[in-house]
Design a protein around this ligand. Sequence first.
Ligand SMILES: [Zn+2]
Length: 269
Amino acid sequence: MISRAPLLMFACLALWPGVAEARGGASLPMTPAAAVDALSTTALSSLPAAVPASTPSARIEQDNKSKKKVNKRKRRRRTRAKRSRRRARRGFVQLTSNGPGFVIRDPHRSWGTSLTLRRLKEVSSAYIKRFPQALPVSICDLSRRWGGKFYPHASHRTGRDVDLGLILKRPRRGWVKASAKTLHAERMWFLISSLVATGDVEYIFIDRRLQRAMYRFARSQGHSKQELGRVLQYPRRHGGIVRHWKGHRDHIHVRFVRPSRQLRRIPVS
Ligand SMILES: [Zn+2]
């Protein structure tokens, strides 16, 4: 039997250029320049469109752009903070020592607007005149000399915030958490209503339970619900100048208005 393999090989070789032509290939060998052209065309057409953006140089450029944006934002924020500090500094005055009806904790932490200090002095003086046997009002942190951040406070930056000690039936050293039983509702109510009556208080934070004690005392003294509603948040959950805020069971926080802005005076006696 004669083997057919050599015959098949011959047929394939004879047909090869025809096959290449039928597939669109070149029947003649390519020149080197044409080969390079063909290669580069194939390479470019096979690349995805987004490739140039992810090249190292493009990525560096993008990083630089985003860094510049962040820096710009930071600079703007710093400038804004500086401006607000400068604004706040204007008219800052210091409580340097104790005065009639009040004691201060630390003069370095007792800088405020002249309006804040004036109102604090007036109210403290009225308080001690009304209750000569009482201990003076304890004035704690106001603001720092240049305003701005004041750890651990979230506010106290603009000379308009002040923390005052609570008035207890049995005064104790430091800040002690009070309850309706231990709070001296009459004196506390006098102090708070006097502050509100200045018309220059934006809000006061004090625990709801202590508000209830003052509310009951004020009602027993003949104050109407309507009158008390303009001052105390209790028994409501919203509104009122004197509001509940978590963490104000051992002191009160008073926010005075901006010196340029006067609120409507609220008559409370
Ligand atoms: Zn405070």
